[in-house]
Write a protein that binds this ligand. Sequence first.
Ligand SMILES: *Cc1c(COP(=O)(O)O)cnc(C)c1O
Length: 481
Amino acid sequence: MPDTIASSMDLRRQLPGVTTLLDHPELQPWRQRHGDRLPIRAIRETLAHYRQRLSEGAADDIGDNRPEEIDLIAAIRVRLELLTRANTRPVFNLTGTVIHTNLGRSPLSEAAIEAVVQAARHPVALEYDLERGRRGDRDRLVEDLLIELTGAEAATVVNNNAAAVLLSLTALGAGREAVISRGEMIEIGGAFRMPDVMSAAGCRLVEVGATNRTHARDFSQALGDDSGLIVKAHTSNYAITGFTSSVPERELARIAHEHGIPFMIDLGSGALTDFRALGLPHEAQPSEAIAAGADLVTFSGDKLLGGPQAGIVVGKRELIARLKQHPLKRALRCDKLTLAALEATLRCYRDSDRPSRSLPTLSMLARDVATIGDQASRLKPSMQAALEGIAEVSCRDCRSQLGSGSLPVDRLDSRALVLHCPGSRDLSRLECVLRGLPRPVIGRVHEGALWLDLRCLDGDEEERRFVEQLDTLRPLWDRTA
Ligand SMILES: *Cc1c(COP(=O)(O)O)cnc(C)c1O
């Protein structure tokens, strides 16, 4: 038997046993917290890993002697930390996209968080009428607020805006024609494409006009006995510019009503406050769509509204009643946690003069570039110190985007920490290390460097947390060598 194999077998035999390791003082806090099952699993997996490496002849990596117990314990603790780390842990969104669908869109206000905690901990009158002492309707928790904020007659809420559109089209248009402009055949991402949603809802799609121009007469001519509704979709993630023309909402409402059918608008984002007051471009509000004569308006809860994921439908009482009675509504309804968060968010719009103070999404969007610039200068030295010999750090101007199909062409001036690495392999390694931090940092690769747009690092507390974990960067970097 060659010497090296013999010695690696010896080393494998010399690894301490599970019970010995389990009694190590450093593992006692884990046993107290979790019992023995989890620590034993971590010990077994770590030992298996060491045995594997020894049998692959990796004795050189591990050292010529049997692994020190202290190394084993450290490896077991790393494994325990990985095993107990939540998958839904917070990250730093420094991508420059404020409402980032892949990163969970809007963070909630403190009031909404508190409402979620209360609803999670206790029974709540979700579908219970406290005045009359009998069964109620869960929409009542938010319906009056939505009526007040949008000027609509009634409202209902489902899981997300895609569900709101599906429910509306199904309840109003199944088996009939849904008439829509060719310029609004939107794909929002994933499998949400207007033509597909219409077919899922059982509507026959009737496209009118051309991609760039649609006129009132295109709609009038397309309407017939089979028409179920006219649909307008907010082109929320692209813009058609140049030689364009579309039919104003007021006009579409008039045409629909002349034919005795409803007019529905999928607004997408749906801002509940005037964005111009925040120094931002104007974004269509549900109240404006209702005032223009729309019979149903759908929008998201977690885009510019800054609340939980939800799909809100506001509009005519009779139509909302049809939505509520449809079996799909039961399948698409939201839970008490969502409704609690949504109610608290809507109250903030109703009761506060400056909702941007308490709603993080609005506050991040409204941050001015000078504040972000000061922050970048403040953070640069710590970042440079943490990355000495790994990357060069500079502060650069950049442009944030709103994201999630809100104001697609508008960009907000912002400031970024830009990390330059000597080579592209180092850049990927750095990205990977930042994603491996206790609270992962997600940036954006642009022009061969990693850009950390600081717009969403809002507030002293967030900044402190960001700086605090920078000293764990180097050990992680060394481990990925
Ligand atoms: C975002 C969006 C949707 C989908 O909304 P979700 O809340 O993501 O389900 C539908 N229509 C438009 C116009 C949108 O912008």
